[in-house]
Ligand binder design. Structure first.
Ligand code: PGA
Length: 246
């Protein structure tokens, strides 16, 4: 099994100078997990350059599905790649909630990212009402099937899943290790159904109020392969603690 992957989702936080300081600090430190940073897109090129030659990867928080064109304010997969980034985060619940993204539009982005050689981290997760009404696993299955429709088994090797229950993001209400394990095992089974047995190796990260404290017990679960961290990733010390929690 690969080592854990711990990813920082900075969302709309930090100035360029703060981002550079974080990159320098993290370069000088050691973590047991593989590390990945999703900074705001204006910093992609600078952070990729600063972290070149290290094992720390950089990715965009979002991109457009089209190759290029009259889409003011958007960035394409080729632009992300040309900045030196290797990954892109897609389908985050904040994108779904505030920017109208749907499984269908996310599917277009996933296919464009893979076509351009990027590794795509697809976020999925149920809302609290979906969980309370016993539909959580059905929602996860539909998100996987619809967001990954038309992706070939070969391309699926470049997909990572982030399971982020919407009720756990930024709320301080982390899923219990048992809830995370149940969802991750279900996601793993669904991926092997979609792409074949070898896709049971796909990394599945947990996201939603991860802290250095709760990461230890989450990482003990068999199917939790790392974490996607929002709030706690803004502080380099906390982020590194999570990177060393496994
Ligand atoms: P949080 O965010 O760690 O602040 O809950 C996680 C995310 O949105 O990816």
């Amino acid at each position: 099994m690969e080592n854990l992957l711990v990813a920082a989702n900075w969302k709309m936080h930090k100035t360029l100078q703060e981002a550079e300081e974080f990159a320098e600090d993290i370069k000088a430190a050691k973590a047991k997990a593989s590390l990945l940073i999703f900074p705001p897109s204006p910093y992609l090129a600078r952070l990729s350059a600063l972290l070149e030659g290290t094992s720390i990867e950089v990715g965009a928080q979002n991109m457009h599905a089209e190759e290029k064109g009259a889409f003011t304010g958007e960035i394409s997969a080729a632009m992300v790649k040309s900045c030196g980034a290797s990954r892109v985060l897609l389908g985050h619940s904040e994108r779904r909630q505030h920017f109208g993204e749907t499984n269908a539009s996310i599917n277009g982005k996933v296919k464009a990212a893979l076509k351009h050689g990027l590794k795509a981290m697809l976020c999925i997760g149920e809302t609290s009402s979906e969980r309370e009404s016993g539909r959580a696993m059905d929602v996860l299955r539909a998100q996987l099937e619809e967001c990954l429709g038309g992706v070939s088994a070969k391309e699926a090797g470049r997909i990572t899943i982030a399971y982020e229950p919407v009720w756990a993001i930024g709320t301080g209400k982390t899923a219990t290790p048992q809830q995370a394990q149940e969802a991750h095992a279900f996601i793993r089974k669904t991926l092997s159904g979609l792409f074949g047995k070898e896709y049971s190796k796909t990394r599945i990260l947990y996201g939603g109020s991860v802290t250095p404290e709760n990461a230890v017990s989450l990482f003990r679960e068999k199917d939790v392969d790392g974490a996607l961290v929002g709030g706690a990733s803004l502080d380099v010390g906390k982020f590194l603690k999570i990177g060393n929690a496994g």
